[in-house]
Design a protein around this ligand. Structure first.
Ligand code: 1GP
Length: 243
């Protein structure tokens, strides 16, 4: 899947991922959304969220059966695992100083990732202040990096690369009032050579295009398509990101 991500970057200016939060949709709605995501030209489906009470297995299984797109888990913790996916963003919340989300959940998840034969993609996950308290901030009990401090974000991303991580994810949090600032994206991008994912609070294709221009390699949208999952809007996002 990581090779596929690199292929996407060779083909397009940047790639587009759509996040499906299993907490926000029942199976049929999730499947319908996934079919539209595929038709719209997105590059992968991320599946996950900060807090989960729905059963992940049947949702992932249905998505896998109904679409050809890579299905990548985006877990909130070590319980959010299923064999019905292609890969998992093996994230360490490096902007925080909570050891449980730096290494604890990863240790608990590792044997299950092996058992389920999921491909782990080591990802340095950085929470950036988004103007409101998001679920990820609350659940992880970590302090986001202030949005006006790109100089703090840069070395975090560089440390992720030096630790051998394969991607960096700048996250304003799902439903953030403010998305990650362009200045921060550019600062981080200039310090690393691994792909940069940006998500949280991106609500229009124009804003997505600005993030790409600033240096984002992959854009993630979630909420906006759960609210308005029109094929047209998804196509507009995919086109804006692919350039
Ligand atoms: C959250 O970055 C994703 O992890 C998506 O955020 O739901 O605000 O688009 P939104």
């Amino acid at each position: 899947v990581l090779n596929y991500f690199h292929e996407v970057l060779k083909k397009h200016h940047a790639g587009y991922f759509v996040l499906i939060d299993p907490e926000q949709c029942e199976i049929e709605k999730c499947v319908k959304l996934a079919r539209e995501i595929e038709k719209a030209g997105a590059d992968a489906i991320l599946l996950g969220g900060s807090f989960l009470t729905n059963d992940l297995h049947p949702i992932a299984k249905a998505l896998k059966q109904e679409t050809e797109l890579p299905l990548v888990l985006f877990p909130g913790d070590s319980m959010h695992l299923t064999p019905h996916a292609d890969a998992i963003l093996y994230i360490s919340l490096i902007s925080g100083r909570n050891p449980n989300y730096l290494i604890g959940e990863q240790v608990k998840a590792a044997p299950w990732i092996q058992r389920y034969a999921l491909k782990p993609i080591p990802t340095g996950y950085m929470l950036i202040e988004g103007g409101n308290k998001t679920a990820v901030e609350f659940m992880s009990d970590t302090t986001p990096i202030p949005r006006d401090k790109p100089d703090i974000a840069g070395p975090h991303a560089l440390a992720a690369e030096y630790l051998g991580m394969q991607m960096v994810y700048l996250e304003a949090g799902s439903g953030a009032v403010h998305s990650v600032p362009e200045e921060m994206i550019t600062t981080v991008k200039n310090q690393i050579s691994i792909p940069l994912i940006v998500g949280g609070g991106i609500r229009t294709p124009e804003i997505a295009a600005k993030k790409v221009e600033a240096g984002a390699d992959f854009i993630v949208t979630g909420n906006i398509l759960e609210e308005n999952g029109s094929l047209e809007l998804m196509r507009a996002f995919a086109n804006a990101v692919h350039g």
